[in-house]
Design a protein around this ligand. Structure first.
Ligand code: PFF
Length: 452
């Protein structure tokens, strides 16, 4: 069905903002500062940067070229490029992982929506026990489910409008808003009393902290943050035009994604260090427990500023999460629509309803279902494990092998150079990274995660 009339992104800016929207998400603002905090600050950052450049960008270019060349959803794309082989399995794996990630990612996205509502309602008041606040919220079956449903509906509204009028148009509004909010927050955070200490933590490397565990966490984070392995960027690339420069686009997306992650660090660490006794290595609670304390205590003398800061911060998280859930939804919707010949609207309805159901089950695993475990994991943890720790690196490794070893070199070169119209001096280096470095490096993360 790949020859159905396909939509296209209408402009270069649309291409970059939609792809960057997929990459920029909770991974940048929630997970990245946790990882930095738990892996020793600046030392982690250097390794992370190397992973983005030598691993993330080459795999991203591969996803782009697979998508654009085949102009099909990610599962069909592999069957077009490698007919009658088992490679189509890689694309299908992407669809399954995107579906699973969407289900549990929406749970955390729902928390950000709840926190935005709480921030607007000025609920982060002095004396609140934020650990209890968070625990009570996630364990409340009605509230947690309600926010999953609401977030999925927001995603649905964009998806049913289609590629140009939905994804592209909304990305063009939401991404500039996100970038504006993050700049304002960085300026605010720099003027806080703990900013010097926070910046030192973030920027002064202590090389003795670089252990194998830090390297592996940095690779995993780079991968998650750039949305690789799930078919998101492959699906988006199927809507790119013939003149899109794949290398440049991958470079821009990686640069925006990294800049936002660093800026999130520039907001969170100065803020955390402004309140004595708070720790930067609070893990997942950093954003949902530690920060409300900061809003409360650090802004005691200027409550209005604290109010504005907290509303803007959680709104930022909602926007970031939404542009990512849209891309995950699109992977599955494009597949259902093209593979089964259903209308896009019916496909989107099916995906939304089934992800809502699974999302609610994931949300309940913090409350009524918390004792229901499979392989010693709650459903939420199991989904996270299977998709982000297992399927994602496996897909990444296979994508680099597919492009580096299986695909005809002429086809790869023709896609990357837009049929010879672009000069790409780094082409041979790109092929080297794909053939040797990426499969090996990702293989190591994968084995490490499996046998941890
Ligand atoms: N890159 C997103 C983030 O950093 O939050 C998460 C994500 C989106 C991962 C889409 C994978 C994906 F396919």
């Amino acid at each position: 069905m790949a020859n159905m009339e396909r939509a296209n992104f209408g402009s270069k800016l649309g291409v970059i903002l939609a792809s960057a929207g997929s990459a920029v998400g909770l991974g940048n603002i929630w997970r990245f500062p946790c990882e930095v905090g738990q892996n020793g600050g600046a030392a982690f950052l250097l390794v992370y940067l190397a992973c983005i450049v030598f691993l993330g960008v080459p795999v991203m270019v591969s996803e782009f070229l697979i998508g654009r060349h085949s102009r099909a959803n990610t599962a069909t794309a592999y069957s077009i490029l490698a007919p009658h082989t088992k490679w189509s399995f890689v694309g299908l794996m992407g669809v399954v992982s995107a579906f699973l990630i969407l289900s549990y990612y929406t749970v955390v996205a729902g928390w950000t929506l709840e926190y935005t509502v709480a921030a607007i309602g000025d609920q982060f008041t002095a004396g609140t026990d934020f650990t209890a606040f968070f625990n009570n919220f996630v364990a409340n079956p009605w509230k947690a489910s309600l926010y999953v449903v609401l977030f999925m509906l927001l995603t649905h509204i964009v998806i049913v409008r289609g590629v140009t009028d939905g994804i592209e148009r909304f990305s063009k509004v939401m991404m500039p808003m996100l970038l504006f909010i993050i700049c304002v927050l960085v300026i605010c955070a720099f003027s806080m009393p703990g900013s010097a200490e926070g910046l030192t933590f973030l920027l002064k490397p202590d090389f003795s902290k670089i252990t194998p565990k830090v390297v592996l966490s940095a690779m995993g984070q780079a991968f998650f943050s750039l949305s690789l392995g799930m078919g998101c960027l492959c699906t988006y690339a199927s809507y790119f035009g013939k003149d899109t420069n794949l290398m440049k686009t991958a470079g821009s997306v990686a640069a925006i994604d990294t800049m936002v992650a660093f800026m999130a660090g520039f907001i969170i660490f100065p803020a955390v260090y402004s309140v004595p006794g708070l720790s930067p290595d609070a893990g997942p609670g950093l954003v949902f427990v530690t920060l409300p304390n900061v809003f409360n205590i650090a802004f005691q003398g200027a409550p209005v500023l604290g109010y504005v800061f907290s509303v803007m911060f959680y709104l930022l998280l909602v926007l970031a999460a939404l542009t990512s859930t849209i891309s995950l939804h699109e992977v599955v919707t494009a597949y259902v629509h093209e593979r089964f010949g259903l209308s896009r609207k019916v496909g989107a309805n099916i995906v939304t309803l089934s992800c809502m159901a699974l999302g609610i089950v994931c949300a309940l695993s913090f409350g009524v279902l918390k004792d229901f475990t499979l392989f010693h994991m709650t459903i939420f943890d199991l989904f996270d494990y299977v998709s982000a720790k297992f399927l994602m690196p496996l897909a990444g490794m296979l994508i680099s092998i597919f492009t580096g070893w299986y695909l005809d070199r002429k086809l790869v070169q023709s896609e990357v150079t837009n049929e010879g119209r672009l000069r790409v001096p780094l082409f041979r280096f790109y092929i080297f990274l794909l053939k040797y470095f990426a499969p090996l490096a990702i293989g190591i993360i994968f084995v490490n995660e499996l046998f941890k």
